[in-house]
Design a protein around this ligand. Sequence first.
Ligand code: ADP
Ligand code: MG
Length: 267
Amino acid sequence: MIKFPDTNLDNIVELRGIDQSYDGGKSYIIKDLDFLVENKPDRGQFVCILGMSGSGKSTLLRYIAGLQEPTAADKLLVNQKPLSKDNRVSMVFQQYSSLPWMSVLDNVGLALKFKGIDKKERDEKAMEMIEIMGLAGHEHKYAQYPTLSGGQLQRVAIGRSLLANSNILLMDEPFGALDVKTRLQMQDLVLGIFEKLHPTIIFVTHDISEAVYLADDIYILKSAPSHFAEHIHVDLPLHRDRNTKRDPRFIELVHEVEDRMVAVAEL
Ligand code: ADP
Ligand code: MG
């Protein structure tokens, strides 16, 4: 089990002593789980979570997004505060989570509407984000398939999430349903956003090479009951692009992560 030592650092996400039971405490899916992600304001932090299916990856993101409460927790802080209506983090799912009866512009600006920001300012901010997402020219289209492609719909979801809270982005296997080419483009889009806006990104995937390509740090979740069993720091250059995948260190890391995943599954 990896330890997340107490620090005085500014932690963007801090989970301590998390337990999850669905049968009134007879069995635990998650037991005494800790997870800590530091805040690095001018740099951001890209964390990938890997783990077998059913190991609790989505559950963890749901806690952080405030969509689910654990059975018990010693601590569950986001931005050093307990989750509440005013301290929410939105999430990008594998399934397109845009509102298909609204335009791209209204989808991206949705959180600002809930915050009571007037339409003019909302549209301005949403338009800036739409440009960052490479969706300019599509702002008045409905956010639905096939008006927009799968990749474009994920861009809408990411833009909406970032406008809702720019310092943290939760992504649960966001590219799992995309074809290979679109998936590679989306990986580079997310890296571009990371370099430009420096958010903390917590990204769940079951694709090892995707995790190595994107992450600063990879955590492997072991199931039954779940806790983090391995941490791999990805010592590749900060800037990643297609050439990174040809770097011998990249290939070494993919093998290392794979070996550790197999070992964790066999423990
Ligand atoms: P992952 O995203 O890693 O595939 P999940 O977080 O979705 O895993 O689920 C973790 C475990 O919790 C799984 O074994 C799943 O069956 C179980 N689980 C999730 N929701 C419920 C529920 N409402 N009742 C019982 N078991 C659940
Ligand atoms: Mg899941």
